[in-house]
Design a protein around this ligand. Structure first.
Ligand SMILES: Cc1cc2nc3c(=O)[nH]c(=O)nc-3n(C[C@H](O)[C@H](O)[C@H](O)COP(=O)(O)OP(=O)(O)OC[C@H]3O[C@@H](n4cnc5c(N)ncnc54)[C@H](O)[C@@H]3O)c2cc1C
Length: 293
């Protein structure tokens, strides 16, 4: 297992800005992220300090990446599936499909959380059979018939975590192809049929498929798309307000050693704000790592 002083999740302006500070302060730093920054979608940036002419978001990201690589930062093009607190070692564990890493301090800079799937009954049954956190709620579904809603590595990771509690697990892809090999999904039933609605009034009772069939279920764990800041927060017990991670002026969350910066903290979603918050978070991570030793 590779251990770093600092792990930064997200390769957008907030994450890269934080890494510039941690690396220059000699913290061994890993930046881990997929190539899906909001900035990739911005054709022309004109309102960022120091630009003599408009620059595409893609170019601005590429320049930032060159800057951190020149400082010796390790960069991994991986999707993070979970963050855990390893209390005994007083470290954080960060798991992707390919690797598990450890660090003294972690920054969540994963941008604006993606919109989750909309399904009739989903919000109504939250906490009544619908969960977003296998670590928190898996225990309540021992030997139960449960589903995982999702279609990729994140869903597979959550299904595997549920195996501790039950073997009766179905992955519902909601009409998408499963992005994993049959070898990887072998322990689970896979249903690719599109979903009409979730059924149940007081508690979840089942999933109604578009083909008219209803599959009875006691629990459904939502792991749709890429794991977002809110998914990580829920599992770690990080405070979230209106879908954004709550931080103080030092960009610290309520978990010691865990920081957040950029669009995932809400507010004014701009490159300049993300870069500024990244700088503050980087400084706070340095102070934390030095104090911790
Ligand atoms: C179309 C458009 C135009 C815009 N125009 C402007 C503009 O003109 N000026 C301006 O200032 N701002 C603009 N913005 C806003 C700006 O792009 C964002 O405020 C800024 O990119 C936020 O930076 P961030 O680092 O917080 O998040 P992001 O840039 O979104 O980066 C998030 C990073 O986290 C990674 N990530 C997410 N989940 C995971 C996971 N599970 N595992 C691993 N990695 C993960 C992503 O892949 C990405 O690398 C625009 C945005 C859009 C969409």
């Amino acid at each position: 297992m590779k251990t770093f002083d600092a792990i930064i999740i997200g390769k957008g302006p907030a994450g890269i800005s934080a890494a510039l500070y941690t690396a220059r302060a000699n913290l061994s730093t890993l930046v881990i992220g997929k190539n899906e920054s909001s900035l990739n979608k911005a054709p022309s940036i004109e309102n960022y300090y120091g630009l003599s002419e408009p620059l595409s978001g893609e170019k601005l990201l590429a320049v930032g990446m060159e800057q951190v690589k020149a400082l010796g930062v390790t960069v991994a093009d991986e999707e993070v599936l979970s963050i855990t607190k390893l209390f005994e070692e007083n470290l954080f564990g960060v798991t992707s499909k390919e690797n598990t890493y450890q660090a003294k301090t972690v920054l969540i800079a994963t941008g604006k959380p993606q919109k989750k799937i909309k399904l009739e009954g989903l919000e109504r049954l939250e906490g009544r059979g619908i969960s977003y956190c296998t670590t928190c709620d898996g225990f309540f579904f021992r030997k139960a018939k449960v589903g995982v809603l999702g279609y990729n590595e994140y869903a597979l990771h959550e299904a595997e975590e549920l195996l501790t509690f039950t073997e009766d697990i179905t992955i519902f892809t909601g009409g998408k192809e499963m992005e994993a090999s049959e070898e990887e999904t072998g322990k689970f039933k896979i249903i690719k049929e599109p979903i009409e609605a979730l059924s149940g009034t007081e508690r979840l009772e089942g999933i109604k498929l578009k083909n008219g069939e209803t599959i009875p279920l006691q629990g459904l764990f939502v792991a749709y798309g890429t794991a977002s800041s809110v998914d990580f927060a829920q599992k770690l017990g990080v405070l979230v307000e209106d879908g954004s991670i709550k931080v103080n002026a030092d960009m610290a969350t309520n978990i010691d050693g865990l920081f957040a910066a950029g669009d995932c903290t809400g507010g004014f979603k701009q490159v300049s704000v993300a870069v500024g918050q990244g700088a503050v978070a980087g400084k706070s991570m340095i102070d934390y790592a030095k104090k911790r030793g």
